[in-house]
Design a protein around this ligand. Structure first.
Ligand code: PRP
Ligand code: MN
Ligand code: MG
Length: 203
């Protein structure tokens, strides 16, 4: 059987709207950190597209570092422990740190990570997220710079994946996984993207 399916991706936030918002956040950060330097910590993989675009919109000196954490499985969900898969290369000591994430969902990743990073003695630490799903929050997380609150839908693009795909879409879309089984109609403002075999739903 042919396992190839076309996931239908509906546009939730168009490219121009995302780009305008990133520019706005970049300008706000540039004002807030005037006379200082900022150290952006990008959380891989999802944060990478947003971090790059945001960095381009910040006018104070920017340094970048990267960290990758495991998504908690069911086994660790109760404990809220997040495993560091790739740690930072550089020290955070006395730096004005901004953590850059694509999305805050349950909040567990950042709820765990922020206190861990605070122990490394940054001058300050703030969180910047492109998207927030307030309906999904399980633990408290303070987001200092936010792009958009979004409804509880499965979103992709701008770093967000569906089984590792669609991170590269330049807009925020919503996946309709069953679309391929329906008639191949294309709604206005929607795009059809051909996908291969789907893995588990691992946002
Ligand atoms: C996603 C997303 C955030 C985190 C948010 O990453 O990019 O990092 O989950 O979820 P939470 O608020 O419920 O903790 P994921 O673990 O899918 O890894 P990825 O960035 O490599 O896709
Ligand atoms: Mn992530
Ligand atoms: Mg993911």
């Amino acid at each position: 059987e042919d396992t190839k399916m076309a996931d239908k991706i509906n546009v939730l936030i168009p490219e121009e709207t995302v780009d305008a918002k990133i520019k706005e956040i970049g300008e706000q950060i540039s004002k807030d950190y005037a006379g200082k330097e900022v150290h952006l910590i990008c959380i891989l993989k999802g944060g990478v597209f947003f971090a790059c675009e945001l960095a381009k919109r910040i006018t104070v000196p920017v340094s970048l570092d990267f960290m990758q954490v495991s998504s908690y499985g069911n086994a660790t969900e109760s404990s809220g422990i997040v495993r560091i898969k790739k740690d930072l290369d550089d020290t955070m000591e006395n730096k004005e740190v901004i953590i850059v994430e694509d999305i805050i969902d349950s909040g567990r990743t950042l709820h765990y990570l922020i206190p861990v990073l605070k122990q490394r003695n940054p001058a300050s630490i703030r969180l910047c997220a492109l998207l927030n799903k307030p309906d999904r929050r399980e633990v408290e997380v303070q987001i200092d710079y936010l792009g958009f609150d979004i409804p509880d839908e499965f979103v992709v693009g701008y770093g967000l994946d569906y089984a590792q795909k669609y991170r590269n879409l330049p807009f925020i879309g919503v996946v309709e996984p069953d679309a391929a089984e329906d008639a191949p109609e294309t709604a206005e403002g929607a795009e059809n993207v051909t996908g291969e075999e789907k893995g588990e739903n691992v946002e």
